[in-house]
Write a protein of this length. Structure first.
Length: 105
């Protein structure tokens, strides 16, 4: 994640100072990795953080990033929030008896 952000910032010029600051702060605040996501240019970051450290991580981000310092807890929860990975979407091929009859004709 960190190298991906570095290449987005340095090689592809699709980051911005705010995202570079947030990803560096995220790593300093305990994230395993952090990178821009979306289109960049002021967009969003995604950071990999241990589930048991999420609240501590959010507090450190709020203390360290000047634009977050004055936010209420509710406002902070709108801009910094945790999600859990899932299995994602998948497709399944279903062959019915009718399909099998049609393929043998």
């Amino acid at each position: 994640m960190n190298e991906s952000h570095k290449s987005c910032s340095n090689l592809f010029d699709c980051s911005c100072p705010e995202l570079d600051e947030l990803t560096a702060l995220a790593r300093a605040s305990g994230a395993y990795g952090s990178r821009l996501t979306g289109a960049g240019w002021g967009g969003c970051t995604v950071s990999l953080v241990s589930e048991v450290k999420v609240e501590e991580f959010k507090k450190k981000l709020q203390e360290g990033y000047s634009r977050y310092r004055a936010l209420t807890e509710g406002e902070l929860n709108e801009v910094v929030f945790a999600t859990k990975p899932s299995s994602g979407a998948f497709g399944k091929i279903i062959i019915s008896d009718l399909d099998e009859r049609n393929t043998t004709d």
